[in-house]
Design a protein around this ligand. Structure first.
Ligand code: NAD
Ligand code: TDX
Length: 338
């Protein structure tokens, strides 16, 4: 039995990752440590909540005592750290929680792993730590300089560097992944693609920051989760693996594509004030993980978007409850029942 600690498992990528691991590894046992911030939603895991191979613990990764106790109780073989404050716009409004969770929380986990011993510590990071590209620049490789521009990406970069220090100084078997923008089921409605689909469904204006020419490199969350699973099992300690699907689009093109797929008018597009420090372009060079771990993205972008639009239509109660904040009642009820 392999014991895996997943942090942030009630969030977007974390919940997809837990579902993936339970399906792919019948002999793995997961502990999901999640603080249930505004972004954590146990309804994302409703279909696996009775699974005896998955235990939920509500708690903060920056809470040293709790994390130490958990490591003592469970004797983890593997850690996958997905817990984070993840939204760039929120980090611009208030950077402090980003330092607390993304930097301090990661260090607390690293230290507990160092004290107790661990086979692999996976730090789930982001392409945003590399900063911004100009239109003609080559994509980010693992050797690209770390040049974060937002408080969010600076906090993720700090966590990555702390992971590196724990590998170099203490020999802790840490691997870091840096993935591009994810889309897929259970993403928080504050993010761009959910905003487009939900506003289009309601015939509401779709806010496009600045001139809409910022470029993001999109990957389906399932392809990301398969890559994380491979890196957790086969990634080499001390290495960084970029994850991306060679799928760059301007924000404006994304909105136009989704509106076309939904049969909604382009008149919904509304240009709004730009995000301060808005990174112009991200692009990931994924050849290292493709060669080293035989990983390839499998989800075609147009089919992925079509399926996602259908998912939103079929999961109206899920997103209505998220948008109204009602899902918190579910969390409290579920938590009280323990
Ligand atoms: P999310 O905001 O949907 O989920 C984050 C989860 O972490 C939530 O369940 C939240 O409750 C939990 N959490 C927050 N602070 C915590 C704390 N102190 N202790 C315990 N749990 C806490 O985020 P996401 O989009 O699923 O991102 C997951 C990870 O992947 C993050 O580390 C993010 O930086 C990284 N990442 C995201 C993307 C993307 O496009 N979404 C791309 C690359 C990397
Ligand atoms: O309403 C919007 N209008 C808009 O034009 C929103 C919410 C966003 N945007 C733009 C900003 C970005 O150029 O769309 C692009 C994508 O925005 P987000 O969904 O906020 O993602 P981004 O800032 O690129 O960061 C995401 O990818 C990397 C995740 O939120 C991070 O957690 C991840 O590390």
């Amino acid at each position: 039995m392999v014991k895996l600690l997943v942090t942030g498992g009630a969030g977007f990528i974390g919940s997809n990752f837990i579902r993936h691991i339970l399906k792919e590894h019948p002999d793995w046992y997961i502990v999901n440590l999640d603080k249930l911030t505004y972004a954590g939603n146990l309804e994302n895991l409703k279909d696996v909540e009775d699974n005896p191979r998955c235990r939920f613990v509500r708690g903060d990764i920056a809470d040293r005592e709790l994390v130490d106790r958990l490591f003592r109780e469970e004797k983890f073989d593997l850690v996958a750290n997905l817990a984070a404050e993840s939204h760039v716009d929120r980090s611009i409004l208030d950077p402090a929680p980003f330092i607390e969770t993304n930097v301090k929380g990661t260090q607390v986990l690293l230290e507990a792993a160092r004290q107790r011993g661990i086979a692999k510590f996976l730090q789930v990071s982001t392409d945003e730590v590399y900063g911004s590209l100009q239109p003609d620049d080559p994509p980010f490789t693992e050797e690209s300089p770390i040049r974060p521009n937002s408080p969010y990406s600076a906090s993720k970069a700090a966590a990555d560097l702390m992971c590196r220090a724990y590998f170099v100084t203490y020999g802790l078997p840490v691997v870091i992944t840096r993935c591009s923008n994810n889309y897929g089921p259970y993403q928080h409605p504050e993010k761009f693609i959910p905003t487009i689909i939900l506003n289009a469904l309601a015939d509401k204006p779709i806010p496009v920051y600045g001139d809409g020419q910022n470029v993001r490199d999109w990957i389906h969350v399932e392809d990301h989760c398969r890559a994380l699973d491979l890196v957790l099992q086969k990634g080499q300690a001390g290495e960084v693996y970029n994850i991306g699907a060679n799928n760059e689009h301007t924000n404006l093109d994304i909105v136009k594509t989704i509106l076309r797929l939904m049969n909604k008018p382009a008149s919904l597009i509304t240009f709004v004030k730009d995000r301060p420090g808005h990174d112009r372009r991200y692009a990931i060079e994924p050849s290292k993980i493709e060669a080293a771990l035989s990983w390839q993205p499998q989800v075609d972008f147009t089919s992925g978007l079509k399926d996602l639009i259908t998912w939103y239509i079929e999961h109206r109660p899920w997103w209505e409850r998220v948008k109204s904040g009602e899902y918190r009642e579910y969390a409290e009820k579920w938590y009280r029942s323990l």
